[in-house]
Ligand binder design. Sequence first.
Ligand code: SF4
Length: 347
Amino acid sequence: MDINELLKKENLNRDEIVYLLGLSDEKEINLLLERADEVRRIYCGDEVHLRGIIDFSNYCEQDCLYCGLRKSNKKLPRYRMTPDEVVEVAHKIINKGIFTIVLQSGEDGYYDTDQIAYIIYSIKQKADVAITLSLGERDFEEYRTWKIAGADRYLIKHETANPKLYAAFHENQKLNERLEHIRFLKEIGYQVGSGNMIGLPNQTLEDIADDILLCKEYDLDMAAFGPFIPAPDTPWENKKAGDVVLTLKTMAVARIVLKDAHIPATTALATLDEDGRIKGLKAGANVVMPDFTPSPYREKYQIYADRRCVNDNPDYCRSCLQLQIESIGRKVSSSRGDSFKLLSHKN
Ligand code: SF4
């Protein structure tokens, strides 16, 4: 296939996506990344959207084989922040000029419908910020209640579009159920983010192509493609981490295919490569999700090992990111950074 012709195409099919993911020639990879950067500029502009994450509980009722928060990991010290602590941290994030708050936890039913609704409502009283929930699979009625309380977005990774691969690392959850949650969340008006992990054992380039196509089929508002990183004290602790270049190629192809979806430069990528955020932003990404969970909790949110910036003071994070973003001629957005799809429907 001629790479220049391929990169000019409006729509890529599965074989073409697999071909691009398999590129090994450095010049051709650079052409792919440059095209993704161009598509990002056309559809998303030069602004980078910051999403401030609060990891408010590291308890989880699930047992995903790769994840450090899995319930069978008895070595992880557990914590739960109180609803008022969460609201207080959210207000600090807003005061730093960040207008999306991501409330994230393991699947932790300790926080009932009303507690989460209270947190959402209380944060919304302070400012016109967007609230993203990342709480795993919860009850459909809860999703509705939280939407009414003011939640805007839901982040729930499909992890892999291959049902067999999915079943290999989930004990109780099924891919078709997860996809049902994604469909329902879209239906009731959430801006929905999903995504995969790159470098799962036995994952093929075809699987990754299917991940990208699934994000397209579901018309997702955000799609995250991050490398798998093994976590200590889990059954997958000795597996090999995902590859940085393959992750960048995936992000770039995803940008070309998904066009106006938000794509983050993930913390996982920055964990494997200290320039990962910048490389990601140059490979099609337009979002960064800094962690504002306060100490002594943040060190304990160990989905995987040695998370980037985990030992930094969150107060430092905002200015550090701004410098990184401006160093490549981009600027930090001062908007909520809603879905481009939503904005284009409004116009
Ligand atoms: S991946 Fe999510 S659901 Fe699975 S164990 Fe980790 S926190 Fe729980």
